[in-house]
Write a protein that binds this ligand. Structure first.
Ligand code: G1P
Length: 295
C-alpha cells in the first residue's frame, strides 16, 4: 500500500519581475483574483486533493503571505460584533483549513533547490509540489487525478500538457509512452527548456508534481543546469534512472498567472463563475465589449 499524500510544497520565492512595479513590495502570489490572492487558490487545490500539511517556500519581503494564512483575533472580534458571519468564517477557515508552514530560500538557486529545502519537513513521505504561479481549474482534476495515479502505481507523477512546438522551449519537456490508460502515460525522458527543433515531444511540465521522497537525494546530486539554476527537471531525470515516473495529461483549465494576459483571463473567467458577482460582471463585460466593438 502506498503511503497517503498528506504534504504539499509550494515554491513561492521568486521575484516576480514580470509584475513589477507591483511585485516590488507585494509578492506576485498575492495578486488578487478579485478578492482572493492567487496563493489562496493554490492552497485550496492542495486541500481539496486531501493534503493537510502545506509548506510554502518564500523569501525576503514575502511576510504578508504568512499573515494571510494566520489567525487575526482583532479582526475576528470586529466581524463577530458586526454580525458579518460569512466573512468571519472565511478568514477563520483560511487559517484552519490545513497546517500551513513557511521556510525561506535565502538565495535564489533554482526551483530544484527550493524543493530540496523541504526535505527535513517532508521526511520519508510522498508529497505534492504546486508551483505558485499556476492556478488549475477544479474541472481539470489535475492534482486529484495525480493522487489517484500515485495511489494506483506508487510512483512519482508529473502533470503534462501539450503546447505548440514553438513554445516548448519555455518549459520542461517530457518524452512518454503509452501504458494503455487514457490520461496516464509513462515518462521516458525529460529535458528542461529544450530547443524546440530537437525537443523529444511537445508535452510540457505544468506546475504540478507528486514525488516519492527519493527525489531529495537526486536534488542533492544535481548540478546547476539551464540558467545556472538547480533544475527540478534535471533531478527528475536522475530519478528516472532508478524509479518509474508517470505523466498525468490534461488539456485545459490552467491559468499561468505569472503571465499578464493569462492572469487577466484568470480574473475574468474565475470572476464570471462566482454566484455573488458573476452575473453583474458578465453584464459589464458584454457592455464594455459591445461599446468597444469587440463583439
Ligand atoms: C518551471 C519548471 C519547468 C516547468 C514550468 C511550468 O519553469 O522549471 O520545467 O515547465 O515551471 O510553469 P519556470 O516557469 O520557473 O521557468
Amino acid at each position: 500500500m502506498s503511503k497517503p499524500v498528506r504534504k504539499a510544497v509550494i515554491p513561492a520565492a521568486g521575484f516576480g519581475t514580470r509584475f513589477l512595479p507591483f511585485s516590488k513590495s507585494v509578492p506576485k502570489e498575492m495578486l488578487p483574483i478579485l478578492d482572493r490572492p492567487v496563493i489562496e487558490f493554490i492552497v485550496a487545490e492542495a486541500v481539496a486533493a486531501g493534503m493537510t500539511d502545506i509548506l510554502i517556500i518564500t523569501s525576503r519581503h514575502k511576510k504578508v503571505m504568512e499573515d494571510h494564512f494566520d489567525r487575526f483575533p482583532e479582526l475576528e472580534v470586529v466581524l463577530a460584533n458586526k454580525g458579518k458571519t460569512e466573512e468571519l468564517d472565511q478568514i477563520v477557515d483560511l487559517a484552519q483549513q490545513a497546517n500551513v508552514h513557511f521556510i525561506r530560500q535565502g538565495e535564489a538557486l533554482g526551483l530544484g533547490h527550493a524543493i530540496g529545502m523541504a526535505s527535513d519537513h517532508v521526511g520519508d513521505e510522498p508529497f505534492a509540489v504546486l508551483l505558485g504561479d499556476d492556478i488549475m481549474h477544479e474541472r481539470a482534476g489535475v492534482l486529484t487525478g495525480m493522487v489517484d495515479a500515485y495511489e494506483e502505481h506508487g510512483t512519482s507523477v508529473v502533470a503534462l500538457m501539450e503546447v505548440p512546438r514553438a513554445d516548448i522551449g519555455s518549459y520542461g519537456c517530457a518524452a512518454t509512452e503509452d501504458i494503455g490508460e487514457s490520461r496516464v502515460v509513462r515518462v521516458t525522458d525529460l529535458i528542461e527548456k529544450p530547443d524546440p527543433a530537437v525537443a523529444p515531444s511537445n508535452l510540457a511540465i505544468m506546475g504540478r508534481y507528486l514525488f516519492t521522497p527519493s527525489i531529495f537525494a537526486e536534488i542533492e546530486e544535481t548540478a546547476p543546469g539551464v540558467g545556472g539554476e538547480i533544475q527540478i527537471t534535471d533531478a527528475m531525470l536522475s530519478l528516472l534512472a532508478h524509479e518509474q515516473m508517470l505523466g498525468f495529461t490534461f488539456a485545459e483549465g490552467r491559468f499561468d498567472t505569472g503571465k499578464k494576459a493569462d492572469y487577466l483571463r484568470a480574473v475574468v473567467e474565475l470572476t464570471l463563475e462566482r454566484s455573488d458577482i458573476g452575473p453583474e460582471f458578465a453584464a459589464i463585460l458584454s457592455d464594455v465589449c459591445r461599446s468597444r466593438g469587440l463583439v
